[in-house]
Design a protein around this ligand. Structure first.
Ligand code: GDP
Ligand code: MG
Length: 272
């Protein structure tokens, strides 16, 4: 991999940074991942913005939004706070989880640390439970190489059922390929088949009874299956959100007409 070779490829030539111009984007892309995996580095490289990049936790406290164009389409990119899991209830994790559930991104890029794949895959598997439209970005490939680790990105993609792209975000290596994979998942050109843990028959039948009830209680709720699983798992935070109407509020918020959503998004981008 070299940055120069990438700069000359056709995919790279079609790409342009659009800064905070997130209005009227055709697609929404979420950037999720553990802290310090290079999410903000990727966000900055693609949008031309300057999200704080650093090697300590808790900087991206709220989500940052920016835009880029690729192949004639405009993409809004949302840099989510670093999160190890979607199951706990720290503020950062809740921002990420709510966006993945209710922001309904057209594709979620999960950025993982190539030197700590096992730990990072926990979040990937959780995201795959929520959505089919995922690309795994295997970042810090230079660090993996330095440590003598061989990362078989192809096998990883095959095992996970979604594309996986090796990158070195700090040197902008692999980012054109990443965007190209994202575009292909968004358009449906690349069909994904996410690996999911098959529930036991008892759990499956419990999910099937809960889902229609959830649909009735919270019209427009995306990922009902995931919410049902959380309830069956005794997730107190999700139960409270359901009982208090918070879940319904988040779901209905998503159903607002697009122009309203755009102006809100512009305001958020302006405040960054
Ligand atoms: N060696 C190396 N460092 C990287 C790479 N990507 C990001 N970094 C560095 O890793 C640190 C964390 O990056 P950041 O983008 O803030 O990660 P985030 O917490 O996921 O947003 C920063 O010091 C980056 O410069 C990479 O591919 N290779
Ligand atoms: Mg960050």
């Amino acid at each position: 991999m070299s940055a120069d070779a990438c700069g000359a490829c056709p995919a790279h030539l079609q790409m342009a940074k659009m800064g905070v111009k997130v209005e009227d984007c055709d697609h929404v892309i979420a950037l999720a991942g553990n802290p310090n995996t290079g999410k903000s580095s990727i966000f900055n490289a693609l949008t031309g913005l300057r999200q704080h990049v650093g090697n300590w936790a808790g900087k991206t406290v709220t989500r940052a939004e920016g835009a880029f164009s690729f192949g004639g389409d405009r993409y809004k990119l949302v840099d989510l706070p670093g999160t190890y899991s979607l199951l706990s209830s720290s503020q950062d994790e809740e921002i990420s989880r709510n966006f993945l559930l209710f922001g309904q991104p057209d594709c979620t890029v999960v950025v993982v640390d190539a030197t700590a794949l096992e730990r990072n895959l926990n979040l990937v598997l959780q995201v795959l439970e929520i959505t089919d439209k995922v690309v795994v970005c295997v970042n810090l490939m230079d660090e993996a190489e330095r440590k003598g680790l061989e990362v078989d990105v192809r096998s990883l993609a095959r095992d996970l059922g979604v594309p996986a792209v090796p990158t070195v975000a700090r040197s902008k290596i692999g980012l054109a390929e990443l965007v190209s994979s994202v575009a292909s998942v968004v358009s449906g050109e690349t069909a994904t088949a996410p690996r999911r843990v098959a529930p036991s028959p008892a759990v499956q039948s419990a999910i099937e009874s809960l889902v229609p009830l959830l649909r009735e209680a919270v019209p427009g709720l995306p990922s009902e299956r995931w919410v049902a699983l959380r309830l069956l798992d005794g997730d107190e935070r999700v139960r409270q959100a359901l009982v208090s109407g918070e879940l319904a509020g988040l779901a209905s918020h998503q159903r607002q007409p697009a122009p309203l959503r755009s102006s809100r998004i512009t305001a958020i981008a302006g405040a960054q």
